[in-house]
Design a protein around this ligand. Structure first.
Ligand SMILES: [Mn+2]
Length: 253
């Protein structure tokens, strides 16, 4: 019985499957898996990785998916149909396309309309965060990028207040903690540990590869799988996974 958290798979479907094998994930409901968003974009198996996670969640009640800024961007682009008439030109002008979404959108366009609609509905229902997780008496706040609170005083100064008031949930999928050891300390979530991805840890181990980074109340688990599409140029980036029961770290290089 174990609870695993993984984030920022970013289209590295084969690496994700390797990770499931490495942790010996049990599909008999004795294990739980939380995938903290950014399943899509950057990697060569971008849409495939998203759909694989979707299938896991549909099949197993013990697999939980969350929204990352990339699922959010994908959704906005699909719904707004930004590309409809100028798909060939998006490499020059569209921000999402330039941020790893080009291949994703191309793969999406090849699907039939009912499958496209199914994916849109799936993306729309992805939750932003989970503050109900508890393992061995330790409470966890799980989100793609950050913990959001209602109190403006608790919002780090690095983020624009105005934007939070306009759309508070953007914070949990977009925020980047300014300092590597910045805490998320918050009255409402006293005693919690925040587990998040979104920002590559920038902390390396003895072998020079990125490792999961812990501060007092925050653990960043994004070890940069988004860069694994060019392993010869970026050997330090990899996929990480954390087991919450005993804080064991797992890595796929
Ligand atoms: Mn992200």
């Amino acid at each position: 019985m174990a609870t695993y958290v993984i984030s920022d798979i970013h289209g590295q479907l084969n690496k994700f499957k390797e990770m499931l094998a490495l942790i010996n994930f049990k599909y008999d409901a004795s294990d739980e898996l939380h995938i903290l968003g950014d399943m899509v974009d950057w990697g060569k198996q971008s849409l495939e990785a998203l759909l694989y996670c979707k299938e896991l969640e549909e099949k197993y009640s013990f697999v939980h998916l969350y929204r990352g800024n990339h699922e959010h961007m994908m959704l906005k682009n699909l719904i707004n149909r930004d590309y409809e008439d100028n798909f060939e030109n998006i490499k020059n002008g569209n921000w999402y396309a330039n941020n790893g979404g080009y291949e994703t959108y191309g793969a999406f366009q090849k699907l039939n309309k009912s499958k496209q609609e199914e994916i849109i509905q799936f993306l729309e229902q992805l939750p932003y965060f989970n503050d109900k997780e508890e393992v061995n008496g330790q409470k966890f706040y799980l989100a793609h990028a950050a913990a959001y609170t209602d109190s403006p005083n608790d919002v780090p100064q690095t983020y624009k207040r105005k934007q939070i008031h306009e759309d508070g949930f953007h914070f949990v999928i977009w925020h980047r903690y300014g300092e590597i050891d910045e805490t998320f300390a918050d009255e409402k979530y006293k005693g919690y540990i925040l587990i998040h991805g979104h920002t590559i840890t920038k902390v390396t181990g003895k072998d020079g590869r990125y490792v999961i980074h812990r501060t007092n109340d925050r653990i960043c688990i994004d070890c940069g799988a988004k860069m694994m599409f060019k392993p010869e140029e970026y050997p330090e980036y990899r996929l990480g996974c954390l087991r919450l029961d005993d804080m064991t770290e797992f890595y796929i290089n």
